[in-house]
Design a protein around this ligand. Sequence first.
Ligand code: FES
Ligand code: FES
Length: 210
Amino acid sequence: MEDSSLFPISRRDLLIAGASSAAATAVPATAADPAPVETPVVSRVTLDVNGTSRTLEVDTRTTLLDALREHLHLTGTKKGCDQGQCGACTVLVNGRRVVSCLSLAVMNAGARVTTIEGLGTPTSLHPMQAAFIRHDGYQCGYCTPGQICSAVGVLDEIRRGVPSHASQDITAQPLLTAAELRERMSGNLCRCGAYSNIVDAITEVAGART
Ligand code: FES
Ligand code: FES
């Protein structure tokens, strides 16, 4: 039996007040509903891929990597992290290395894209491909297409005098040191740890060119 002189509000009133307050602060059921699915915007894009003009109809959100692998079936370019951290997807766009998972296909309209399939063929290897084989610059090979495309881009950067974080003098022609090559190739990860042999392969090609 409750003594109303000590508790002017009955337990029943308190429970009703608590329930009303909880209902007032509850998240409306509609807030958890999934966002409406938007219709993809499709765009036509033409790329020069390995010397051949290719026109694709792609969702504008399609990365260059997915356009190459899923639309053109050029699976030599690998998808590792899909967020710009491993370098497995590196290709050359207008001769410059690009991580294709961070570039949209539509951003590259009209560009000249070179993948590992376009660098050389089994019977006519690109010098960098041949050097990787000679120096054992790979084990499982998953990172290798990206490493080779990146290495070709690195030598072009050095030839054009682009400095790196490892350059002692950013106004001078970069030197072909192992430190320079390691710094420039640092965006290309190799879980097999073939780094030393990769540097040897690049050094050989660079030496052959100078
Ligand atoms: Fe593009 Fe890893 S897949 S950087
Ligand atoms: Fe296996 Fe580089 S060769 S990850």
